[in-house]
Design a protein around this ligand. Structure first.
Ligand SMILES: Nc1ncnc2c1ncn2[C@@H]1O[C@H](COP(=O)(O)OP(=O)(O)OP(=O)(O)O)[C@@H](O)[C@H]1O
Length: 262
């Protein structure tokens, strides 16, 4: 049975796109047929951080009724399928977000998991991804403004008949001013699905157009993403061993000589 998630937030910049790219990639790695869509049609950047640009067909053309969604699906990391959005203002203006529901209906038979990256804030178009998901996942930073804005998104989701699955706390630096896991759960009134630390490798990976789980798989943030993905996939998380560097020729030679002498 397919499960449809929307990754949402209150204010912008909390890490929705980062979560969508990394969670989607890991779910595919864990064997789930996964598709991630950039439903942030006005401020799209999922394609940008995955190196998918200058594409002939994107979600813009599909939402404009000019193309089929099948023609806007591209290969992403670890076998995740990606439906990116174009960057042009004209493409945004021609998009009809009401078509999103039909697009999702077209995809449900082909995937185990569909994940939509929603627009930030509260807008008429932003409501659609909140209503058509089985579960909305809020991406929240551990500070009061982000919590208050996410609460508004939670209330809006419930008002329009949607369901909030839980929250991911992102960019946790471990400062004493930050709200902790238990406080966040109490304030938001939802289960915390995972905690992603502040990790400079996330920016480095994005600059290289690759999710951190691919580029720096043993980094602290990658391990956190893997935990959440395993939970969502319903499998037990097993720590992957760090890659053992290949032994250099001189080391092999020295070892062989040393053994020969002994
Ligand atoms: N855990 C983290 N540690 C360090 N940097 C992070 C982390 N999560 C996200 N970032 C950085 O924060 C910035 C915003 O992240 P992202 O684009 O994922 O947010 P967003 O919620 O999708 O934003 P928007 O609402 O504008 O679409 C990016 O530069 C990203 O690399």
């Amino acid at each position: 049975m397919v499960k449809v998630y929307t990754i949402a937030s209150g204010k912008g910049g909390t890490g929705k796109t980062t979560v969508t790219a990394n969670l989607g990639s890991m779910l595919a790695r864990y064997g789930k047929k996964t598709c991630i869509l950039d439903a942030d049609v006005g401020m799209a950047n999922l394609g940008l951080i995955l190196g998918l640009e200058d594409l002939p067909v994107t979600l813009h053309e599909v939402l404009a009724g000019k193309a089929r969604v099948r023609d806007a699906i591209y290969d992403g990391p670890f076998g995740v399928m990606v439906v990116p959005c174009g960057l042009s203002l004209q493409g945004f203006q021609q998009s009809d977000p009401n078509r999103l529901k039909d697009i999702m209906t077209d995809l449900v038979g082909e995937f185990d998991i569909l994940i939509m990256d929603a627009p930030a804030g509260i807008s008429r178009d932003g409501v659609i991804p909140l209503t058509i998901a089985d579960g909305v996942i809020l991406v929240v930073n551990p500070e009061i403004s982000s919590i208050v804005d996410s609460l508004k998104t939670k209330i809006l989701t419930e008002t329009v008949g949607g369901h909030v699955e839980g929250a991911i706390i992102n960019r946790v630096a471990g400062n004493s001013e930050e709200f902790n896991h238990a406080q966040m759960e109490k304030l938001l009134g939802v289960r915390v699905l995972g905690v992603i630390p502040e990790d400079p490798n996330i920016r480095r990976a994005s600059a290289g157009r690759t999710p951190i789980v691919v580029k720096y798989p043993t980094s602290v943030a990658s391990r956190a993403f893997k935990h959440i993905a395993a939970d969502v996939a319903g499998i037990e998380y097993v720590e992957e061993a760090a890659a053992v560097p290949r032994e250099r020729f001189v080391d092999r030679l020295a070892r062989a000589l040393f053994r020969a002498k002994a």
